[in-house]
Design a binder for this molecule. Structure first.
Ligand code: UGY
Ligand code: MN
Length: 248
């Protein structure tokens, strides 16, 4: 039905909310039988890019010059790396370090969230190794002792990683315990349920399928609504000095 120009999508000075009705598909270099919905990237001031890859059976991602993290939301993909082949189903994920040759091929119609970031190496810290895993294999912990808000950290808590990717699950009525304002930026994909997201000075109703970008120090808060848990996958930069990358 024609929506008369209405959408929940919104573009603020330090945040972006993209509802699925405004997604535009494109092909990135090297992709075959695969379309990308690019949610955020340096064109907006972000220091990473995040996109949804929608594969036909046999579809494949192209080359990236950066680190790549992928999380499967539907279907099954094969990740070929270091001469091995791994099959990832829904909630499976992979971290591929910068410069590590690999292939990602869908074995059926599939959808993955892809995060890519140029690596910021720390002198005297070895670069991270590839990780192939599944969310089920990761244990959760509550945020600030609230059992209604559970976090899973999908990447190791090590200085060699310059970003983190977590899942956060809120029982109905659970919320962030404070309005956060921090140097890190976020890319967030709502995976299940919904609620109200405060971004800067606006409060948005959000639901599964929405994408949110929060720039550095964007005021942020979330409360889950409805009768089922709300869950999101969230990226944040991590473990680097705030002056890293600044011009002399
Ligand atoms: O890790 C975080 O900064 C997270 N608590 N932020 C968020 O959920 N908006
Ligand atoms: Mn945050």
């Amino acid at each position: 039905m024609h929506n008369l120009g209405q959408t929940r999508s919104s573009h603020g000075s330090n945040h972006l909310l993209l509802a699925a009705d405004t997604f535009v598909r494109t092909t990135l270099p090297g992709m075959t039988k695969c379309l990308a919905v690019v949610h955020v990237g340096p064109a907006l001031g972000a220091k990473f890019t995040e996109y949804t890859a929608e594969f036909q059976s046999g579809g494949e991602l192209g080359y990236t010059p950066a680190q790549r993290f992928l999380y499967v939301t539907a279907g099954t993909v094969k990740v070929k790396v270091r001469g091995e082949q791994h099959s990832l189903g829904a909630r499976g994920y992979a971290y591929l370090p910068e410069g590590m040759e690999h292939q990602v091929i869908a074995t059926q119609a599939s959808r993955t969230i892809v995060i890519e970031k140029c690596y910021h190496r720390l002198e005297s810290t070895p670069s991270p190794q590839a990780i192939i895993s599944s969310e089920e294999a990761v244990s959760s912990h509550p945020l600030q002792d609230d059992p209604g808000l559970q976090i899973k950290c999908l990447l190791p808590d090590k200085m060699s990683f310059d970003f983190a990717v977590n899942t956060m699950v809120y029982q109905p009525g659970a919320s962030l315990p404070m309005v956060e304002m921090h140097v890190m930026e976020h890319g967030l994909m709502m995976l299940e349920g919904g609620g109200i997201y405060r971004l800067d000075n606006s409060w948005y109703p959000v639901t599964a399928g929405d994408f949110i970008w929060m720039g550095p120090w964007c005021p942020q808060w979330f409360g889950a609504l409805g009768k089922a848990a709300a869950k999101y996958l969230i990226y944040k930069d991590a473990n680097r000095h705030p002056l890293a990358g600044a011009q002399q």
